[in-house]
Design a protein. Sequence first.
Length: 230
Amino acid sequence: MFSGYDFDVIQRSAGYLFRDGMTFTLTLTVLAMLGGIFFGTLLAMMRLSSLRALSWFAGGYVNLMRSLPLVLVIFWFFFLVPYIGAWLIGAKDPVKVGSFMSCLITFVMFEAAYYCEIMRAGIQSIPRGQVWAGYALGLNYFATMRRIVLPQAFRNMLPVLLTQTVILFQDTSLVYVISATDFLGAASKVANRDYRLVEMYTFVAVVYFIMSYGLSTLVKNLQKRIAVVQ
């Protein structure tokens, strides 16, 4: 079955795949997670705000992003961001953003919509009496959220946030459609160069499976520990 399978191409390309490809993928995943959680938390607070304008804006943004295919959003930002940058700084020509920055902006803005719904559920899981207690102490809405509600919401939603991050890690493979050199993109270049598509794509699948399954197992163990403490 594996008589024609060239294992040597994987060994020859391992340095390039992990040094360039996997570094790109993990860096994009971590930064997109941090940015997505930050903006997602702000969106969640806006959705729960008593100000209708903020609530409607956040709700419209979340529903828009969650209704669009990620590949379409990647293409959209890749071609649109340079023109937005030129408009912001008043330049005549499109700003050279680069594939990594374009991907980062795309994933932060896209994932913020999903992290928003996770954080909104976490905030709503906190008893309302704690919010009123914060108001009774003289804290405003944002101070109550920052000091009382959000720390507990993050703790409750940590397993779900990490699960969404695993999904984000898998979704970063879509950036190869704009020729970004992520792990899958690097493997695709090697496969087309050496005409070893089966070997390279099989290796990529195995690596993604091992990393995703390992991270999912850690999340499950963390969820059990949090459940015991609660």
